[in-house]
Design a protein around this ligand. Structure first.
Ligand code: GLC
Length: 528
């Protein structure tokens, strides 16, 4: 239908590997488990999978602490299991995007072991960010930066030197001003491209370069200021991503990269997706928006305006493994679920690509009552038990109605995070046979999106249907009818604009048949 590269309109499904399917009976999901459910994912109707890190790792941060960037942790399988998954996915027409973690290594990485064994000012230490401490005897950290997870961003070695870690102490930050680091990562890109991966999701893509002077920041929260500060979104990143783009462009088949880039401004985000840089950058403002038509419109309009001059497509996302699940964010319970279903239709109708997070197709809520002694996210310990962290959105997928792990693993094997006793009706098995289930809504929406020429056209127009309503029309590039998406964020039904057919509603079929759209509902309409 369209000639654009596959990723411009793709729907990508994030697989949080540890929580998808446990095929090896150790309570943790693995690559063979993902391969086993490729038919499920292909039937769901997504175009690609993003796999979270599966590399050898001590798992201090769920695998985002990588000890070997070219291998597979035995917990998840081995390189042969990876190759088998890639082949199975490709056979089913699904592309594979893997997670690249370039901001830091694990403290168990051979480079960090070499740095610890080497003296101050050695080439081994120059791969990381080592500094002398401040204060008398250098007893205080070199600056006032606090880790994203809580606590100081510096740890001290027995020999008195301090090293920087924006995340956990087990995740020392690399020194991207050292050419050896850049060379190593170009090699890592090639290693996986040669194996056949279709793209990379770049972890903490806005954090690799720090101001070399490492000046203090204002305030406590290192995430507060993401523009013109010493930590995030430094200009040097753009040169690096141009070199990565050239590596990707050297391969056939539209290999791509999507950046995890948290910014304060859409215009800043757009700079990363200029034609010779990254292909995509997540529009995180979309998942930060409250349940408000005005806010959704401000975010979407801002993102569309910012990317138009650089010719990039937008990348929409409502959820990932770092944020509270949307059912809960939007109010929880039946209302939260109705809103999450409605928000999906808005997300999938916007121009560009969309990323889904495993379990959102089941309408899973955040699990807010995981017992404290079962929490695994380093945030819990690092924050001095003030922040529970992100485990609540990482609970394993319920596949079957019965069993201690609802078919996540063989029966009797306890999953790595406990699963709520109320999840049987949310399981894939239960939802599969219910035409009104969230799972079947996702399947219908993805099928419609794929087949619908209007959702692949360039023309986009906002409609004004009142302050509580988000509404826009898409039109196909060749002659043909349009598609209008209407989302009612208010508390009262609203009249629908003129249309010839109701293609899809986020609740039950027929919900908009009388020309009115109920509250917390979205609809796709055929419009002239
Ligand atoms: C990214 C990941 C997150 C991880 C962090 C450190 O934000 O999405 O899960 O903890 O980077 O690697």
């Amino acid at each position: 239908m369209d000639q654009a590269p596959w990723w411009r309109n793709a729907v990508v499904y994030e697989v949080y590997v540890r929580s998808f399917l446990d095929s090896s009976a150790d309570g943790v999901g693995d690559l063979a488990g993902v391969a086993d459910r490729v038919p499920y994912l292909s039937d769901l109707g997504v175009d690609a999978l993003w796999l979270t890190p599966f590399y050898p790792s001590p798992m201090a941060d769920g695998g985002y602490d990588v000890a070997d960037f070219r291998g597979v942790d035995p917990l998840f399988g081995d390189l042969a299991a990876f190759d088998a998954l890639l082949a199975t996915a490709h056979r089913h027409g699904l592309r594979i995007i893997i997670d690249l973690v370039p901001n830091h290594t694990s403290s168990a990485h051979p480079w960090f072991a070499a740095a610890l064994a080497a003296p101050p000012d050695s080439p081994e230490r120059d791969r990381y960010i080592f500094r002398a401490g401040s204060g008398p005897g250098g007893d205080r950290p070199p600056n006032n930066w606090r880790s994203v997870f809580g606590g100081p961003a510096w740890s001290r070695l027995p020999d008195g030197a301090w090293y920087l870690h924006l995340f956990a102490p087990e995740q020392p930050d690399l020194n991207w001003r050292n050419p050896e680091v850049a060379e190593e990562f170009a090699g890592i890109l090639r290693f996986w491209l040669d194996r056949g991966v279709d793209g990379f999701r770049i972890d903490v893509a806005m954090g690799l370069f720090k101001d070399p002077g490492l000046p203090d920041i204002e305030g406590d929260d290192i995430r507060a200021k993401r523009t013109d500060g010493p930590v995030w979104n430094r200009p040097e990143l753009h040169g690096l991503y141009r070199t990565w783009r050239r590596v990707l462009d050297g391969y056939d088949g539209d290999r791509m990269a999507v950046g995890e880039i948290w910014t304060d401004a859409p215009a800043e985000l757009a700079r990363y997706v200029r034609p010779d840089e990254l292909h995509q950058a997540f529009t995180f403002d979309w998942l930060r928006a409250d349940w408000s038509a005005a806010e959704f419109r401000e975010v979407a309009a801002g993102a569309l305006e910012a990317t138009a001059p650089v010719g990039a497509a937008n990348t929409w996302v409502l959820a990932n493994h770092d944020v509270v699940r949307q059912v809960t964010r939007f109010g929880g319970g039946a209302v939260g679920l109705a809103r999450a279903r409605a928000a999906l239709l808005a997300t999938l109708a916007l121009p560009g690509s969309a990323y889904l997070y495993q379990g959102e197709e089941l309408g899973l809520p955040e699990v807010t009552d995981i017992p404290e002694d079962a929490l695994q996210d380093p945030i819990w310990e690092r924050s001095g038990h003030r922040r529970r962290g992100r485990d609540g959105c990482r609970v394993p997928i319920p596949w079957a109605e019965d069993g201690v792990s609802y078919g996540f693993g063989p029966d009797g094997v306890r999953p790595w995070l406990p699963m709520p006793v109320t999840w049987s009706p949310l399981s894939v098995q239960a939802q599969d046979r219910d035409p009104g289930s969230t799972l079947n809504l996702y399947r219908r929406a993805l099928r419609t999106r794929r087949a619908e020429p209007a959702l692949h056209g360039a023309e986009f127009r906002w409609l004004d249907l009142g302050p509580d309503v988000l509404a826009f029309t898409r039109s196909p590039d060749s002659a043909g009818p349009g598609l209008t998406c209407v989302l009612n964020c208010g508390t009262e039904p609203v009249p629908l604009p003129p249309h010839t057919e109701v293609l899809l509603t986020s609740t039950r079929p027929g919900a908009a048949a009388d020309g009115e759209l109920p509250a917390d509902t979205a609809v796709w309409l055929r419009t002239p």
